[in-house]
Design a protein. Sequence first.
Length: 265
Amino acid sequence: MKPLSQLPLAAARSIRVVLTDIDDTVTTEGLLTAKAYGALEELHRAGFIVIPVTGRPAGWCDHIARMWPVDAVVGENGAFYFRYDRQRKKMQQHFWASPEELKQNRIRLDAIEKEVLATVPGSALASDQAYRLADLAVDFCEDVPALPETEVDRIVAIFEKAGAQAKVSSIHVNGWFGAYNKLSMAKTLLADVFGMDWEQAKNAVVYAGDSPNDEPMFEAFPLSVGVANIQALAHRLTHKPAYITENHSGDGFAELASLLLKAKG
Ligand SMILES: [Mg+2]
């Protein structure tokens, strides 16, 4: 991971799309600061396509797509994208799974939930679970005292034993049934809505993140950026981001935004 300050100006100038994780990348210790939100807004106003790509639930994503200065949002680790058309006043929703598949998957996720809560003391259902449509989020650090990594690994193992995918963010283990992740749904969104194929996307996108659940994005996008706090989780990453910011969390995101805005002139 090279310091972000070493990003060549020409590479910064080629960026048209900012994909970003939210938790601990845009937010700072659980808060959306004015500085980080302002960075999103300035990017959006300057004409960048701004798309949060998050593990957060559908209920939150409805709000984000509708009210934040963004062009669309990918939620629940790639289960869907939402895009609000402000002119036509229409919320466009695209899900990886059909409504029937979502219903069947929920039955299997409910069984995993029971097993995790019964066998991993100190874990809890994430407070935002009620607003999720496709995944199960187990809290190990947000509203419960932080669990040791060995316990986080046990939660992941329970998901995987049941044939589900599981990804670890900075606060939750998210698990789901289906061959999707943040990357596959981001690709679908860029193609469907913004008419960008993979070759175009590869060179026009910057991705910012902080955790192992961002890894498919770090691997895929040559221009990927970790905010400084990723250092603490770097040992869990096979694919690290190309660049790292000097500042943590939301301040790190603002650092990236100001570099992009400067490059754009
Ligand atoms: Mg994060």
